[in-house]
Ligand binder design. Structure first.
Ligand SMILES: Nc1ncnc2c1ncn2[C@@H]1O[C@H](COP(=O)(O)OP(=O)(O)O)[C@@H](O)[C@H]1O
Ligand SMILES: [Mg+2]
Length: 871
């Protein structure tokens, strides 16, 4: 067998360093992929698969992409779960002797992307590292594109360990997760990561987490700061997770990790517990159905002006606070801004146009920022003094603190402004990057260059005169450089000293020694100026990189300010009011509204409702009412208002008192878990089980029609048992909103303490009902299933028949408990009178539990029945 070509040998050398990633191998202006990588990529990205001689009989499969458009392709590959290794030419091919030297410059994985163009500006891109052992888990989350790093540790053994771990992961939703081999023992968490978070999982060798090297790596990263000062001395698991993360990052980024300068320690007790289903059910970040931003709470609250603010408002929403003091600081700031429209307007104006300082700084630090990015940085920094001037006028503590944290950074802005051209080119090697007057040396080279150009320009006029050839021209092309062109009709007037270089159809091109000399001067100066500009640019970039800490701190403060301003803007626009936040355990709202439903309603106004829950007589509200009455909306709005209050925003209510809620737990409708292969009922019950295990007396629970997935009596029994459990202070005693279609449960009010009945009022006139959307005391007396079906447009014939069946049922059975018996009693006579399809329809109706259907399901079923009758 023939040997591989030298280049292919080089390829294999490189490839074996990261065998599980797709290798982008730089050949001239292309990144080429070979063998399986080529096959995979051509398939995934729909590129042509070609081949290349590799020294073997057969050609190597190959596919390629132009290097300058690589980012788009990489983004797509990452989204499909691949990792990409970039191998560049590290010497100039022109000066290379033999094979060009090539090296891996970076491995790009989903969690280690730095390029703004490959990231969503409105969210952080976290990579997580976890070290698990039977004692617990150490974990950390980093966003390398912004330099953020959070770390923490959790003890195992607690009954809710798994759940808490999942909640933590949910709060950051990392794109990529590194684990140690033993972590795979936590099968449930592994499944959660794969199925729910859909993050890419990478299991690293145990020794990468080893404690001593990890300690050293962490100290190195934070400039020799002792572990104790970082707050890590008694957190070995955290250190191990961090050590592995740093190791991984340095191996993938190759260039280093200067961007990460501090670590934020995190304890779970700082934030409200919000699990993934609750975040989805309440549609905090995106809608349940289409996963869209529009229709989510974030969509209503986010009026931020900067990318940093956009990321932070999302983070705040995912992590509502528990400390009334901290919440009050935010509320005070929002109140001040709400109270002074002028101040707020100016603040918003100053925030507008501040570019993404965090991500630009990442590129500055890693030496990949270009002139335009430095100009963007400069423009952003130039806004800071104005911002500070506005903040000077503020009274509230938090706004004052933020002002203190923002460095006006005028020196850095000036440094950039003085040096970098206002309209710099895209790459460093195009010239016109550095302003005139910045470097005398550069100015001299440039004047030399323009002097030469002027002299060349004067050659044309002079030579025309000397030779008497009127159309003689001086031109330039890449192959011959400067030349003199003469048309054929004047060929014989060309002087002796012209040297012919090229013959064209209409004329000849010549050079002269003088022209060549001028050319050398111009081109030489051009090369020198490009080189010097590059050097100066890098100097400036490096000096800006030195200011990382000042800029980062200011960027963070700007982000907070942006979010607070956004809260104020939204609060004014939507008429929100300041909640009282305390530890009373109460949940009191007068005229509460659902912020999102309210924003989406156009025709009718949103009907506000009250709520008054406490730790005593009204812990649990049992809510009944027909489908579509507004039960789910009502319960969600209460939870959402609690969240809004605890992130420090005003709330859609006339009056609000929120006793801090330590966690919100919801079980709402059939969710999107069918793909996981469990039955709806099974999922429902496992979610209920988890809620009962994890909620505390300080939590808020929402049960939206639990027990639907099974037969009436089973469902009712489970619902009742759950209700008994949550209301009992000895067992749980959590504030609970309990919507149910089992009207039997309204009995509980007289049997259990702390339970109160509510219903959502409807007005009935004849067959027609109107939803009043008002919550009132007492249980609903009717479920109005047939009326709702009518409202939904089910044909009259079916409605009439349904009423007939209902009447028969009621006349025989009456009492709810004997529903099933009633059906059975009816069986005989009905079957005697109706046969064929009519009998089939009846049979279907008999087994139908109207209460357990959604309006749409009702409608579909009725259509089906109608069609049967028509046949
Ligand atoms: N307070 C309200 N004011 C105005 N419209 C409301 C209100 N509550 C609910 N709605 C409207 O009624 C629809 C159905 O409400 P929903 O809460 O889903 O009812 P249920 O859970 O009782 O079936 C909502 O989509 C919303 O448009
Ligand atoms: Mg509902």
């Amino acid at each position: 067998m023939a040997d591989y070509s030298p280049m292919m040998k080089q390829y294999f050398e490189v490839k074996k360093e990261h065998p599980n990633s797709i290798l982008f191998f730089r050949l001239g202006d292309f990144y080429e992929m070979f063998f399986n990588d080529a096959k995979t990529v051509s398939q995934e990205l729909d590129l042509t698969l070609t081949g290349r001689d590799c020294g073997q009989g057969e050609r190597a499969p190959m596919c390629g992409i132009p290097f300058h458009s690589a980012e788009g392709y990489i983004t797509k590959l990452l989204a499909k779960g691949y990792r990409v290794t970039i191998c560049d030419q590290v010497e100039d091919p022109k000066s290379a002797k033999g094979l060009v030297k090539r090296e891996i410059v970076r491995v790009i994985t989903p969690g280690t992307v730095l390029e703004g163009s490959m990231l969503d500006e409105a969210r952080n891109n976290y990579i997580c590292s976890m070290y698990y052992c039977p004692a617990g888990v150490g974990l950390c989350f980093a966003d390398v594109s912004t330099g953020e790093l959070h770390a923490g540790q959790m003890e195992a053994g607690g009954h809710d360990f798994t759940r808490e771990l999942e909640n933590r992961l949910t709060r950051y939703s990392p794109r990529e997760i590194l684990i140690n081999p033993q972590f795979t023992d936590l099968t449930a968490v592994g499944n959660f990561i794969r199925e729910r978070l859909q993050s890419s999982l990478e299991c690293l060798d145990e020794e990468i987490f080893a404690l001593n090297p990890a300690k050293a790596a962490v100290e190195r990263q934070f400039n020799g700061k002792p572990l104790a000062e970082l707050g890590l001395e008694d957190k070995p698991l955290t250190i191990m997770a961090l050590g592995a993360l740093l190791d991984y990052l340095s191996r993938t980024q190759i260039t280093g990790l200067e961007r990460i300068t501090e670590v934020e320690l995190e304890t779970d007790s700082a934030y409200m517990a919000l699990d993934l289903s609750t975040m989805r059910n309440l549609e905090l970040i995106e809608t349940m159905r289409n996963k869209e931003r529009k229709g989510s709470l974030l969509w209503v609250l986010d009026r931020t002006k900067t990318a940093m603010g956009k990321r932070l408002i999302r983070a705040w929403l995912e992590r509502p606070l528990l400390s009334p003091a901290k919440i009050t600081l935010r509320l005070n700031a929002v109140e001040e801004l709400v109270g002074d429209q002028l101040l707020l307007d100016e603040l918003v104006e100053q925030l507008t146009g501040i570019h993404d300082l965090e991500r630009i700084m990442t590129r500055v630090v890693y030496g990949s920022a270009n002139g335009r990015e430095l100009r963007a940085l400069c423009a952003a920094l130039q806004k800071l003094p104005g911002l500070k001037r506005v903040l000077e006028r503020c009274q509230s503590t938090l706004l004052g603190d933020l002002n203190f944290q923002i460095d006006s950074l005028e020196d850095v802005a000036q440094r950039i402004d003085r040096a970098i051209d206002e309209n710099p080119p895209f790459t460093i090697r195009e010239g016109k990057l550095i302003k005139k007057g910045y470097s005398p040396e550069l100015d001299e080279i440039r004047s030399d260059m323009s002097g030469g150009q002027a002299l060349i320009a004067s050659v044309e006029a002079r030579e025309r005169e000397r030779t008497g050839i009127p159309k003689l021209k001086v031109g330039f092309n890449k192959v011959f450089g400067y030349y003199i062109e003469v048309t054929n009709s004047y060929k014989d007037q060309v002087p002796q000293d012209y040297i012919r270089k090229q013959t064209l159809t209409g004329g000849e091109r010549y050079i002269t020694p003088e022209l060549k000399e001028l050319e050398n001067r111009v081109l030489g100066a051009h090369d020198r100026s490009i080189e010097l500009e590059g050097k100066l640019f890098e100097e400036i970039r490096r000096s800006v990189a030195q200011e990382l800490n000042r800029i980062q701190q200011s960027a963070k403060a700007v982000a907070s300010l942006d979010v607070l301003a956004s809260f104020a803007v939204v609060s004014i626009k939507n008429d929100y009011s300041r909640p009282v936040v305390n530890v009373s355990g109460k949940l009191y709202l007068k005229d509460g509204r659902h912020p999102v439903v309210e924003a989406l309603l156009h025709e009718s106004p949103f009907v506000p409702n009250d709520v008054d829950l406490d730790m005593n007589d009204t812990r649990v509200a049992v809510i009944t009412g027909p489908n579509m009455a507004g039960k789910s909306t009502y319960m969600r709005q209460i939870a959402i208002i609690a969240i809004m209050a605890q992130i420090g925003c005003f709330v859609p209510a006339a009056v609000a008192e929120i006793g801090i809620v330590d966690g919100i737990y919801t079980r709402v409708g059939a969710s999107d878990d069918l793909s996981a292969g469990q039955s709806t009922f099974m999922i429902e019950m496992s979610e209920v089980a988890e809620i009962l295990r994890n909620a505390t007396s300080q939590s808020l629970i929402i049960f939206d029609e639990i027990g639907r997935g099974t037969s009436t009596f089973d469902g009712m029994s489970i619902a009742r048992a759950v209700l008994e459990y949550v209301q009992d202070p000895k067992l749980l005693g959590a504030k609970t909103l309990f919507a149910t279609h089992y009207h039997e449960l309204t009995e509980m009010e007289s049997l259990l303490s702390g339970v109160r009945n509510f219903n959502i009022a409807v007005k009935k006139r004849g067959d027609d009902i109107t939803f009043l959307r008002r919550i009132v005391r007492g249980g609903a007396d009717d479920s109005f299933g047939i009326e709702v079906a009518k409202l939904a447009g089910v044909p009259d014939k079916v409605i009439r028949r349904a009423k007939q069946v209902l009447a028969e049922l009621e006349s025989t059975g009456g009492e709810e408990v004997s529903r099933r018996a009633a059906f059975r009693l009816q069986e005989e006579p009905v079957q005697l009178t109706i046969e064929g399809t009519d009998g089939e329809v009846l049979q279907k109706l008999r087994t139908l539990d109207v209460n357990a259907l959604t309006p749409i399901q009702c409608m579909n079923t009725l259509f089906e029945l109608c069609n049967l009758l028509k046949d």
